[in-house]
Design a protein around this ligand. Structure first.
Ligand code: DLL
Length: 433
């Protein structure tokens, strides 16, 4: 189903005319209100008025995650704080998180786009949405919540965790749409089986799954084990949260980007050069309508490809392929974005450990696991097992406090972590093998 027939099926020329008008307004607005952009435009020698057509977009500067960090917490906002009605947060590359803000109108737009998203996945008024994305600083829970209400569906704000109770609620309430990460969908199926509940006999029709990388194989497994259509949803806090792009249930072939609100580009991650449709590279987004936290050419570090061929669902929107990787080292562990540098900062804050560590990411019972092996400092090295164990628990707590991710820390003897001759290999991700 198409939620917003007018905007989702606009002919290309009409869509591009809207994009250009919005882009010109945006450039004017950020130049006038965000000191970071005034400086960045000036350094690049470009004025808002130089944007005469969409082809002029590459004249504008990129925005990087580091820029958001440099302007922490509210320096990138284009509106006075009194107009900001919501704040969300996602991981930054070191201690400080990335902060994003929304005006009342931004929340309305987001709800609208999430209603489009759910409708594209096949949901409608009358559906019961079991929303197992986390509520809180993460954008997933509240993003889906507002979208489901806007659609007129009944939403169960179950959030993450307490899996057994989730199975009970799903069964008793007769939910028809499930929204969660793909790995949690499989976990729910496992726990249902343990509880003697036949997942396929539940009323689910669709799953709207994303926030972490997955594959066609996982889709097949989810669809056959859960007995539903599984569609991919993509988004990121900086650009809005979920609701940037989604697959339609009719084709399940690439994710439609809501281009009346976001312009997508693919660039070569090494040179920053824009690439033509069909060529893989890094996704870059410009937000056209956001008031509180607009972004010009934000480098997502997500690798994908854009296609312009028309889709059988009737939408005229460009489609992005599944995310195939990242151009940086960010990991997604149980839905939480984790940069190895963040863990390093926790480790290096302690004089008892040496700067040699390795992170081992794996998947057990469908859930991601993180193990941190770090060498103990030679001077501190002690035979007192109890001291070491206490220290391990302390570091685990520091990491949990900073990142919200549980892990296992093992202190290992000096000189036991393999030294590399070139770049240190600090992450072993066994999930990919
Ligand atoms: O994960 C927003 C979201 C919530 C999307 C619910 C979908 C569903 P962040 O926490 O800021 O926001 O993480 C954004 O997650 O840059 C990608 O690397 C990754 N990601 C999100 N969706 C997908 C997906 C939310 N469908 C980061 N496939 C992004 C692969 C995804 N990776």
């Amino acid at each position: 189903m198409i939620f917003d027939e007018e905007f989702e099926t606009l002919p290309r020329e009409a869509l591009e005319a809207i994009q250009l008008k919005r882009l010109r307004d945006l450039a004017e607005r950020v130049y006038a209100t965000v000191p970071f952009y005034k400086k960045a435009f000036d350094e690049q020698g470009v004025k808002p008025d130089d944007i005469k057509s969409l082809e002029d977009l590459p004249k504008l500067p990129f925005t990087m995650k580091q820029d958001l960090r440099d302007n922490y917490p509210f320096g990138m906002f284009a509106t006075p704080m009194e107009n900001v009605v919501r704040i969300h947060v996602s991981s930054g590359t070191t201690g400080k998180p990335t902060v994003v803000g929304y005006t009342r109108r931004d929340i309305r737009t987001w709800s609208e786009l999430m209603a489009r998203t759910l409708a594209a996945a096949g949901a409608h008024k009358g559906d019961i949405v079991h929303n197992a994305y986390g509520y809180g600083l993460f954008t997933g829970g509240l993003g889906f919540h507002y979208g489901a209400e806007r659609l007129g569906a009944s939403v169960i704000p179950v959030s993450g965790g307490n899996t057994k109770r989730q199975i009970l609620l799903m069964r008793d309430f007769g939910a028809t749409v499930i929204t969660c990460t793909p790995s949690y969908a499989l976990r729910l199926a496992d726990v249902a089986a343990e509880e003697g509940v036949d997942f396929k006999a539940l009323k689910f029709r669709v799953g709207v799954l994303g926030a972490e990388p997955w594959t066609e194989n996982i889709r097949n497994e989810i669809e056959s084990r859960l007995g539903l259509d599984a569609v991919d949803i993509y988004g990121l806090s900086e650009v809005m949260g979920p609701g940037v792009a989604v697959e339609c249930v009719e084709a399940k072939k690439g994710l439609h980007i809501f281009e009346d609100h976001f312009i997508a580009e693919i660039i070569n991650p090494e040179t920053g050069e824009p690439l033509p449709y069909g060529e893989p590279g890094e996704l870059v987004f410009t937000t056209l309508t956001k008031e509180a936290f607009p972004l010009i050419r934000y480098r997502t570090r997500d690798l994908s490809v854009l296609h312009r061929e028309p889709c059988k669902c009737g939408r005229n929107l460009v489609r992005m392929g599944r995310i195939t990787g990242r151009s940086d080292d960010m990991l997604i562990i149980r839905g939480v974005n984790v940069f190895p540098s963040q863990i390093e900062s926790v480790l290096m804050a302690r004089k008892e450990v040496a700067p040699h560590y390795v992170l081992i990411v794996d998947r057990k019972d469908r859930m991601d696991t993180l193990e941190v092996n770090v060498e103990i400092n030679e001077e501190i090295f002690s035979d007192a097992v109890k001291d070491l164990q206490n220290m391990e628990r302390d570091i685990e707590k520091d990491i949990k406090d900073l990142l919200g991710v549980s892990c296992r820390v093992h202190l290992v003897e000096p000189k036991t972590i393999q030294r590399s001759e070139g770049k240190a290999k600090r992450v072993i991700d066994k999930r990919k093998t």
